[in-house]
Design a protein around this ligand. Structure first.
Ligand SMILES: *Cc1c(COP(=O)(O)O)cnc(C)c1O
Length: 366
């Protein structure tokens, strides 16, 4: 049986009429920038995240970039982050002219290892950017303790973790800023690019709101150099239709994960480790196997979708060669990059589909 890694058409089929209606309201209003849909989504995402303020952004990447710009981080500054993440995490740091300083991961959660952070702090360190990878939050208490001790900002890259919980707190609500992505494959995905920043500080919220609109207020008066990082109201309209389903979709992902976990128990497969402090949203369901490349190729041959997040850790990417890292510097990230494999986990999977995935994976175990 054919099982794609993700099937957005299955989700769209259930909400199509509501999405079309909401998008058509925006078109009829001809409010094509900002407006009530963006404001309403900002309110609802802030509420969901346990934050006072939500600021719509053009993408998760721009949410990270605008957060760094708002904190005045740039040339000569250092930002500590993980090398085992999507490119935009470190890309945004480099784009403001700051230096990404990589700290290796905890091999169980794949998130930044807080025990290694303090050694990386220097006089130039301005912020820590933890990533809540695959939908599970990083160890925020340990990270915040280091940040508070050294007076560092914390930007949560929560692009894969909207609605995720750590010790009763929501992703995005613990650091200085929390950044979400509405890229279509995220748990809450738009019909194109989009993102959001959440925070609890009134002054920073006001500043990043200007930052996303060229630093402009009123029109044609510029307080600082910002950018065009605005969220499109058509995206906001579609996201407002999807948001009420987010909880049940994440719940369905957790149920799918339990299904796989039970079937893989007692095999050589390392199933995802979920820390007892966390409720994950499984943006990805990632197993670890020693013959990963061979397994991935065979699954694809059998029309079972799978993906590798991520095959090359960022400290070994060509674009970051100038930072001077070499193979062996981040051993856990490098090992994970060779062994991780994401399997289909989207909410609409049927038992038959999940069984096909399980069968194909177990047949290819070595
Ligand atoms: C998706 C993602 C981003 C970037 O979000 P975009 O909306 O695609 O710009 C940043 N960080 C992580 C960890 C992501 O998964």
């Amino acid at each position: 049986m054919q099982v794609p890694l993700l099937d957005l058409k299955a989700q769209y089929a259930k909400i199509k009429n509501d999405v079309l209606k909401a998008v058509s309201e925006v078109l009829d209003s001809q409010v094509c920038i900002g407006g009530p849909k963006v404001a309403e989504l900002e309110k609802q995402v802030a509420q969901l995240s346990g934050c006072k303020y939500g600021i719509g952004m053009s993408s998760g990447t721009d949410a990270l970039l605008a957060s760094l710009m708002t904190l005045g981080i740039g040339s000569g500054d250092e930002v500590i982050t993980t090398p085992f993440t999507f490119f935009a995490t470190a890309g945004s740091i480099a784009r403001v002219g700051a230096k990404p300083v990589f700290v290796d991961i905890d091999p169980k959660t794949y998130n930044i290892n807080p025990a290694l952070i303090e050694k990386a702090v220097t006089k130039k360190t301005k912020a820590i950017m933890p990533v809540h990878l695959y939908g599970q939050m990083a160890d925020m208490d340990a990270i915040m303790a280091i940040a508070n001790k050294h007076n560092l900002a914390v930007i949560e890259d929560a692009a894969q973790a909207i609605g995720s919980v750590y010790k009763g707190k929501r992703a995005g609500s613990i650091g200085t800023f929390g950044c979400f992505s509405f890229f279509p494959s995220k748990n809450l995905g738009g019909i194109g690019d989009g993102g959001m920043v959440v925070c609890n500080d009134e002054k920073l919220a006001a500043k990043i709101r200007l930052m996303r609109d060229h630093g402009q207020n009123p029109t044609y008066y510029y307080h600082f150099v910002g950018g065009n990082f605005r969220l499109d109201p058509i995206q906001a309209a579609a996201l407002l239709v999807k948001l009420p389903y987010l909880n049940e979709w994440s719940q369905a992902r957790r149920q799918n994960a339990e299904f796989y976990n039970a079937k893989f128990a007692g095999t050589l497969i390392k199933t995802p480790y979920v820390h007892s402090d966390c409720i994950t949203i499984y943006n990805q369901y990632v197993i670890r196997v020693s013959n990963r490349d061979e397994m991935a190729a065979n699954l694809r041959k059998n029309n079972i979708g799978c993906a590798i997040y991520y095959p090359v850790p960022l400290h070994l990417q060509e674009c970051f060669a100038y930072l001077g890292y070499k193979e062996g510097d981040m051993p856990e990230s490098e090992k994970a990059a060779k062994e991780v494999l994401a399997l289909p986990i989207y909410p609409e999977l049927t038992d038959e589909m999940k069984n096909s995935v399980v069968q194909a994976v177990i047949e290819n175990l070595k």
